[in-house]
Ligand binder design. Structure first.
Ligand code: ATP
Length: 540
């Protein structure tokens, strides 16, 4: 299984940088979600790795193979990169049935595979099933119509699923008509003898692969119709389209067509699978169900998944690592909970989490003991106590060093002969403070920001309603969902969002006391927008 490495990847159209100096490594077997607002460069990134878009500069390596290198003129085409795609705009072949759509790609595969005795394998499967006829009868009895007749098509489908067999084996099994109480003991002995003979003659191992001197025999071959059928059945079970196999795409709903497209991509078991919002056409319930399926599929196949979405919930729940992009620039690339708990800057903190994080402006400075005393919410004094020792001075020095290095890097790049200045400039994210009387931010003048300006980031679940809470507020709104309620509490002119568990009811206008006891409060430097550290808050 390959690792994918991107080094200094740029993609620009004129002065517009869709992807700006992106370097990252997608480890083997990862489930990476590319997340970010519309137009931030997610799809472009995915398409460049897949080979559908040519980067302006940089290097991409998949496994031990360099698939793109602008400095050496290497650009391996998409069909040679051995990856599977699943895009928003999938296209099914309209003149083929669902079964043919899924199996078509498989019939063309020809590669080195173990030599298998399929007849012996099928016979052995049949013996196992026939030895337990009650189970087959039970399945068949479920397929009787209102006249008491067994619907053969339905019966075959049921047998396929119940015993994980191909349609050919299922048809043979059905032809024994076990529901009529026939005695199959003679058939069992005959099949068993055949299996035994083949195993001895061809030195078959337990998976019915030919062996020679204890080694599995490998041959360059196409997939057998049994293997193709099993692959089609496996993926159609996953996406629940087993009953539509004989239909044409035009006879399916949009969601069903999308599931066929997913099945078609999964069938050849690609080692890297690229997906661009593949669930966007599905209804909410199916979308959630498919998320579980994708998660399971990822574990079962052991493939590397790279998945584009602008839905942060989808990114959080599916990913082993989230790659968050803004304006073509990588913001953070870490496991979802790490991104949630320690967002690298204000943009990330705001983008991830639902309901959104509370931002609270504060002015103050660090004390000798490492704490930071601040004035917040229109005059309240609070003390921020970092979870681990903090020297603001060193933190600021490091921040300035990074800024200088960035400037130097841009100056160095600007001397390169192909350099084009970035037209879509990066800016510190303009966070939003919720207030009762919303002002139009665009009209107000930019304040002068100094090192004494901080922003606290408080996740809604860190706010608790407590009798001895030191922050007085008034319930401004409450959205109960049964299991929890999202509340908005007015503190002075400000609004804070909290999540309260349990089926409590809140009266709008009633007074509550709030406490913020979590040790996962964030403090950001307002100047750079970067996270300084996390810790707890004492309301003085
Ligand atoms: P969405 O979530 O809306 O699909 P995205 O993050 O996937 O967005 P991309 O499709 O990667 O965004 O596009 C990144 C930026 O590049 C966009 O601003 C887009 O307008 C621009 N872009 C994409 N293709 C071209 C092109 N062929 N020529 C010029 N600009 C382009």
């Amino acid at each position: 299984m390959p690792e994918i490495k991107l080094e200094h990847i740029n993609k620009r159209w004129g002065k517009f940088y869709a992807v700006d100096d992106l370097s990252m490594t997608i480890r083997d077997n990862a489930f990476v979600t590319l997340l970010g607002p519309s137009g931030c460069g997610k799809t472009t990134t995915l398409r460049m790795i897949a080979g559908l878009e040519t980067p302006t500069s940089g290097k991409i390596t998949i496994g031990d193979k360099v698939v793109f290198d602008s400095s050496r003129g290497i650009n391996i085409p998409a069909n040679k990169r051995k990856v599977g795609f699943l895009f928003q705009n999938y296209a099914l072949w309209p003149n083929m049935t669902v079964y043919q759509n899924i199996s078509f790609g498989l019939t063309n595969i020809k590669e080195e595979m173990p030599k298998i005795d399929f007849e012996a394998r099928t016979n052995s499967q049949l013996v196992k099933i026939l030895k337990n006829p009650e189970e087959v009868v039970r399945v068949l009895e479920e397929c009787r119509d209102k006249n008491g007749k067994i619907d053969s098509k339905r019966a075959v489908l049921k047998l396929i699923d119940a015993f994980t067999i191909s349609q050919f084996t299922a048809k043979t099994l059905f032809s024994y008509h076990l529901e009529e109480g026939k005695d199959v003991s003679e058939e069992i002995s005959k099949l068993s003898a055949k299996v035994k003979e083949s195993v001895e003659k061809n030195h078959l191992d337990s998976s019915f692969q030919f062996t020679e001197n204890g080694k599995v025999v490998v041959e360059s071959r196409k997939m057998s119709r049994e293997e193709i059928d099993l692959a089609v059945r496996r993926v159609s079970r996953i996406v629940k389209i087993g009953m539509f196999m004989d239909r044409y795409p035009a006879e399916l709903s949009g969601g069903q067509q999308q599931r066929v497209a997913i099945a078609r991509t999964l069938a050849p078991e690609p080692s890297v699978l690229f997906m661009d919002e593949p669930l966007s056409n599905l209804d909410a319930k199916l979308r959630l169900e498919m998320r579980y399926e994708l998660q399971r599929l990822h574990v079962e196949t052991g493939s590397t998944f790279v998945y584009v979405t602008h839905d942060q919930m989808e990114a959080m729940t599916l990913a082993s690592e989230i790659c968050l992009i803004n304006n073509g620039v990588l913001q953070q690339y870490q496991p979802p909970l790490e991104v949630y708990k320690k967002p690298s800057n204000l943009f990330v903190a705001d983008f991830v989490g639902n309901p959104s994080i509370n931002f609270v402006d504060g002015k103050g400075d660090g004390k000798d003991d490492g704490s930071i005393e601040l004035e917040v919410l229109g005059g309240r004094k609070v003390k921020f106590i970092p979870s681990s020792p903090l020297s603001l001075k060193s933190w600021r020095e490091e921040r300035d060093r990074e800024e200088d290095a960035k400037k130097l890097d841009i100056a160095r790049r600007s001397k390169e002969k192909d350099y084009v200045e970035k037209g879509n400039k990066d800016e510190v994210f303009k966070y939003h403070i919720q207030k009762v009387d919303e002002e139009d931010d665009s009209l107000s003048e930019e304040p002068v920001v100094t090192d004494q300006d901080f922003v606290l980031g408080i996740r809604p679940e860190c706010i608790e309603i407590k009798e001895d809470g030191k922050l007085q507020g008034e319930i401004y709104g409450a959205m109960p969902t049964g299991m929890e309620s999202t509340i908005k509490v007015r503190v002075g002119d400000f609004l804070l969002t909290g999540v309260v568990f349990g089926d409590l009811s809140f009266r709008i206008g009633s007074t509550v006391n709030l406490s913020v006891e979590s040790d996962r409060i964030m403090i950001f430097d307002r100047k750079s927008g970067k996270l300084i550290t996390t810790g707890r808050l004492e309301i003085l």
